[in-house]
Every structure is written in C-alpha cells, then in structure tokens.
Design a protein around this ligand. Structure first.
Ligand SMILES: NC(=O)N[C@H]1NC(=O)NC1=O
Length: 174
C-alpha cells in the first residue's frame, strides 16, 4: 500500500497492519494512529521512533523484552511471529549446527542475566558470524549503553518491516 492508503485505514485495520512493526507491541501503532495523516513513509517512521524515544527506561526495556531470542525457544518450537521467522531464517538462525545453537543459547542466557532483556540485533542486516561477534562484543557494554544499542536495533528492524508494508515515498522526478 502507499501512504495515502495507510492514512485511510480504520483504527482497527491500522493496528492489524502495523501492530507488529515493533515486535509484539501493537501499542506503538495504536498510539501513533492519532498523528495521521502522515505526509509520507518517513513521517510515519519518525512517529514510531519518537514514541519509542519518549518512553522511560522501563518502557524501552519492556519493548526489548517482547523480542524473541535469536535461535531460541520460539524458533525451535515454530512459535515466532512471521516477521521474526523470516528475519531469523534469513540470517541463518534456522540452520545453525548443534554447537552453534548451544553457543547462542549460552551467550543469550549470559546476556539476559546481565541486562535483563534479550540480545537484539537487526538480523536482516547481519549474518550468523556478525551476530555471534556482536553478541560477544556488546555483552561488555554497561546497561545504559546496551539499552540504547538494542533500541537502535529495534528501530532498524521496525524500519525494514515498515518498508515491507508501505511503498517508499514516490521520488518526485525533476
Ligand atoms: N533477538 C532478536 O534480535 N530478535 C529479532 N531480530 C530480528 O531481526 N528479528 C527478530 O526476531
């Protein structure tokens, strides 16, 4: 759809369409609906980013906790959202060796124990090696820095999901 079609959606259809742009957080779509009409895709995305940025630390951590582990239980059980399934599969998370799966589980477990939310990265912008490397690297961050790192990754994931739903702004030909 294009941005004018998005602007014309009823509240229910808007949340049905955009409710998982931020993983398992339909509140974000429900909240930004008030800002329609959006001039373009960029404004719609900016409203999502603005909503996230204005959350208190506890709210940001709540968003992070709604994300599934990479190569974790939901992937093994087939209970990922379609978006996450697509993203994780594309990054090779569904074809890890048993040793790689065990390493991801161990690193994810240690990471969650340290920070209280799961390791989050935009899988579509990374491959298996990069994900494992960045999981190790970021585990050394302090809480505040890592919370912002993870939120930045949520914004990247949301941006890609949004572009799957709404046609990019039509480039005005000179
Ligand atoms: N933990 C984590 O990063 N999960 C998310 N990343 C992504 O691109 N899709 C997901 O499910």
């Amino acid at each position: 759809m294009d941005i004018s079609s998005a602007n014309s959606l009823s509240y229910e259809d808007f949340v049905d369409t955009f409710g998982n742009v931020v993983e398992k957080n339909p509140l974000v779509a429900a909240a930004i609906w008030s800002h329609r009409p959006f001039a373009n895709l960029s404004e719609l995305e900016a409203r999502i980013v603005e909503f996230i940025d204005k959350l208190p630390e506890s709210g940001k951590e709540g968003i992070l906790r709604c994300h599934p582990d990479l190569a974790g239980r939901d992937l093994q059980r087939g209970t990922l959202t379609r978006d996450s399934q697509d993203e994780q599969s594309q990054a090779g998370m569904a074809s890890l060796t048993p040793e790689e799966t065990a390493r991801m589980y161990r690193l994810n477990t240690e990471y969650k124990r340290r920070f209280g939310f799961p390791f989050i990265i935009c899988a579509k912008m990374n491959n298996k090696a990069a994900i494992l490397r960045k999981l190790s690297e970021r585990s050394g961050n302090d809480l505040a820095k890592e919370r912002e790192c993870a939120i930045d990754e949520v914004k990247k994931i949301s941006s890609l999901r949004l572009r799957n739903l709404v046609l990019p702004d039509t480039q005005h030909k000179l």
